[in-house]
Design a protein around this ligand. Structure first.
Ligand SMILES: Nc1nc2c(c(=O)[nH]1)N[C@H]1C(S)=C(S)[C@@H](COP(=O)(O)OP(=O)(O)OC[C@H]3O[C@@H](n4cnc5c(=O)[nH]c(N)nc54)[C@H](O)[C@@H]3O)O[C@H]1N2
Ligand SMILES: Nc1nc2c(c(=O)[nH]1)N[C@H]1C(S)=C(S)[C@@H](COP(=O)(O)OP(=O)(O)OC[C@H]3O[C@@H](n4cnc5c(=O)[nH]c(N)nc54)[C@H](O)[C@@H]3O)O[C@H]1N2
Ligand code: SF4
Ligand SMILES: [Mo]
Length: 692
């Protein structure tokens, strides 16, 4: 039953709960759904189909409306007092017996800066740095490489800049489906004005439609491809010598490395034509302003950080950093994946990106929090997948805010066992998710339209959300629940006594240097962008203009060698890569509940090339079984030349196929991101009754 009868809905400018574009949306009384307003990013009020469907989850009959606790194996409704008492007592015993590092906290890129700030404060005052958010699973490798070389792990340029680019190198990203308003309102205008686009993707997607050159790379072989591009830049005299002399170290050594590469060999290993590599290198390097747009195809490998380093080499060699229309621009995941990390929901970083190991940084944060510097833990905590692997062992209790790891973490069979190995799992969500099915306590939180607060979008703009409704029945605002938990778990009620989200924002701007000086009033219905120098109105659009964000004028080029994917691919195997479609979002917890989105796209399919389909006897529409040593799942075959021969593609938006039953959990050594984009699998036809 819908609860719309007993709740009042009032339109107020808020932000779409889905992707990192950060479109302004609000309740629309005329349609009874959501609608765009002229926000700082969607300046004409434009939204994609998910933005329109965003209201469907606010007013959905499946919403959790009371806390649940496990009794005799089942989850049953209870009061808030009982649920929070149980969390307090279970976490209290774990800490008493095993210490605070036996607790792990998953923060949420789907939640606001204020909520993430309060949650990481709670973890740290409890005594652990075991707090992370699912930035770990998307751009942690990008952030690691960019922070290392540029001093800041964020988009170097603004979205406005993309419109001014003469060339766009889009690598392992599908903005037409995953950041639709960026594609339509920022990338297409550049293409219409004559910009050249190079698209690097093993599949032809809606994004490829705008490309002049499509490099259909073998999944996992981007380093070879990027090195081949760099070798052409060096070999054909396309290096920006003046820029390199001024801003770059190690040019001579890098040129020796590039000269030693055989472009044909690297291209062949990457599975692309040398002629296309040459055309792409010339288009990128000879453009006056060339911008890189990068996504999961680059970042989600166990050598994701190394791949991003290879990408940064290209931008530096060609002088495409520090000017409008250039740069390296990761398109971020959820509406607040940038902000969750900015405000400290990371195991090695305090608010503002300062290392937990830095005593001065700890002292500065402790000062804002009114505690002694020694009260803050100094050792880096566990990242998300590392924490999951420690469940039942070093980690005994976990709190998961707005994430669905049972569906989204790699090697789902292992994740399910890990969740069950915990002494206490607490999940705070809108719905009874697959992860909640493993929980001991489930807390009903608030949807996008039921909260105030701020989120930070993909080009570092801090934007405000405003409540359009109260949470349904006994569900509560996430921030209020987190403040209650903080007070109970840390024994420091005064540290969590805030008069609403604006008060939290004021404190977090004091604890997060790039946000210093921002305010709710200043943001209003626009945005404030970090870094936000004193006296600035809108913040800095182009980073690294005269010095990199670490204060250095120069940064090194980095020699990067090809690394093999973790899975060996046998003669009978195909390579599964995974990703997204426009209608659905991540684990599908929200979008699978929207009738209008499910009508637009119902079945989940496995894209397979006609050549492979023929060998395997698979016809379009057949049920296929996909399996490897880690697990198995089924899907409907979509036989299409859009995917590279030898490669198959599925989304991870549903339980069938549950793509992550098949993915491996080898982690990048630097960023600890898993290998979502390369798994060896066997594909077989099954009849409708499941027989082979
Ligand atoms: N509609 C929709 N939008 C979303 C999301 C969603 O679930 N649905 N999720 C949001 C989130 S959390 C994120 S992080 C972003 C991600 O946005 P994107 O980075 O665009 O995400 P993906 O679709 O996972 O991957 C992009 C492309 O990489 C290609 N690819 C696969 N393997 C490789 C490879 O080895 N090399 C290269 N070069 N390419 C490869 C895939 O074919 C795919 O087209 O999207 C956000 N926006
Ligand atoms: N195979 C494969 N797996 C992948 C990826 C891939 O490309 N391939 N991509 C990875 C990436 S980039 C990401 S970011 C992760 C995403 O992984 P998750 O973050 O686990 O995925 P979501 O579906 O976004 O989960 C969000 C959960 O938060 C809940 N929620 C949404 N809004 C709110 C709110 O306001 N309050 C509360 N309390 N709860 C809320 C939703 O109901 C949902 O259960 O998946 C990763 N997994
Ligand atoms: S582009 Fe992203 S932020 Fe904008 S409406 Fe679509 S899903 Fe929402
Ligand atoms: Mo993501």
């Amino acid at each position: 039953m819908s609860d719309s009868d007993d709740r009042e809905f009032t339109p107020a400018e808020s932000v779409c709960p889905f992707c990192g574009v950060g479109c302004g949306i609000r309740y629309d009384p005329d349609s009874g759904g959501a609608r765009g307003w002229r926000g700082p990013v969607n300046t004409k009020g434009e939204v994609c189909p998910k933005g329109v469907a965003a209201w469907d989850v606010v007013d959905h009959p499946d919403r959790l409306t009371a806390p649940l606790v496990r009794e005799d194996g089942d989850l049953v409704e209870t009061t808030w007092d009982d649920a929070l008492d149980r969390v307090e007592s279970a976490f209290g015993s774990v800490v008493a017996e095993h210490g605070p590092d036996a607790v792990s906290v998953f923060a949420s890129s789907n939640c606001t800066n204020e909520e993430n700030y309060v949650l990481q404060k709670c973890a740290r005052l409890l005594g652990t740095n075991n707090v992370d958010n699912c930035a770990r699973l998307c751009h942690s490798s990008t952030v690691a490489a960019m922070r290392d070389r540029f001093g800041a792990g964020a988009a170097t340029n603004s979205l406005d800049d993309l419109r001014e680019a003469d060339a766009l190198l889009v690598v392992g990203a599908n903005p037409a489906e995953n950041h639709p308003v960026i594609f339509r309102s920022y990338i297409l205008p550049a293409l219409r004005a004559g910009a050249t686009m190079i698209h690097v993707d093993p599949r032809e997607t809606a994004t490829t439609a705008g490309a002049d050159v499509h490099l259909q790379v073998r999944p996992g072989y981007d380093i070879s491809l990027l090195n081949a591009l760099a070798a052409v830049v060096v070999g054909d005299g396309l290096v920006d010598e003046a820029f390199c002399a001024d801003r770059v170290d190690g040019l001579a050594a890098f040129e020796r490395f590039a000269a030693g590469l055989d472009v044909d060999e690297e291209a062949a290993r990457a599975g692309v034509d040398t002629a296309d590599i040459r055309a792409a290198a010339h288009a990128y390097a000879t453009a006056d302003r060339a911008a890189i747009v990068t996504g999961m195809g680059v970042s989600q490998h166990h050598y994701g950080t190394a791949t991003v380093h290879a990408l940064l080499n290209l931008a530096l060699l060609t002088g495409n950093v520090g000017r409008r229309g250039t740069g390296v621009n990761p398109l971020r995941g959820q509406n607040n994946v940038q902000g969750a990390s900015d405000v400290g929901a990371l195991p090695d970083r305090l608010p503002g990106g300062r290392p937990v190991t830095d005593p001065d940084a700890r002292a500065a944060v402790a000062d804002v929090w009114g505690v002694a510097p020694d009260d803050l833990p100094a050792d880096p905590g566990l990242t998300e997948v590392e924490a999951t692997h420690a469940f039942g062992d070093d980690v005994r209790a976990a709190f998961v805010l707005g994430e669905n790891p049972a569906v989204t973490e790699p090697n789902a069979g292992r994740v399910a066992d890990a969740l069950d190995a915990l002494e206490c799992l607490v999940v705070q969500d809108l719905f009874r998710t697959e992860t909640a099915d493993h929980a001991d306590v489930v807390l009903p939180g608030s949807a996008w339209a039921e909260r105030g607060g701020t989120v930070t979008n993909t080009d570092r703009q801090v934007i405000r959300m405003r409540p359009n409704a109260a949470p349904p029945a006994d569900a509560r605002r996430d921030l209020d629940v987190l403040c209650d938990l903080g007070a109970r778990l840390t024994g420091r009620p005064e540290a969590f006594d805030y008069d609403g989200p604006e008060a939290v924002f004021e404190e977090l701007t004091a604890a997060t240097p790039p946000y210093a000086g921002m305010s709710y009033a200043g943001i209003d219905t626009g945005s404030q962008r970090w870094p936000f120098p004193a006296g600035a109105d809108e913040g800095t659009a182009v980073l690294h203009r005269t010095t990199f964000a670490n204060g250095n004028r120069r940064t090194p080029l980095r020699v990067v060698d090809h690394v093999d994917p973790a899975d060996a691919v046998g003669d009978d195997d195909l390579v599964l890569t995974t990703g997204r479609v426009i209608e659905h979002f991540n684990s599908g917890a929200l979008t699978r509940r929207s009738d209008r989105l499910v009508r637009m796209r119902g079945d989940e399919t496995l894209q397979i090339h006609p050549d492979d389909a023929e060998v395997l006897g698979v016809a379009d529409g057949d049920q296929v079984r996909i399996e490897n040593d880690r697990g198995r799942t089924t899907a409907v075959a979509e036989v299409t030349p859009a995917v590279r021969p030898g490669t198959v593609f599925a989304t991870f938006h549903t339980l069938a196929p549950l793509a992550n039953a098949l993915t491996g959990d080898t982690l990048d050594p630097v960023a600890k991101i898993p290998e979502y984009k390369h798994s060896a699998v066997r594909v077989r036809v099954v009849t409708t009754d499941g027989a082979e």
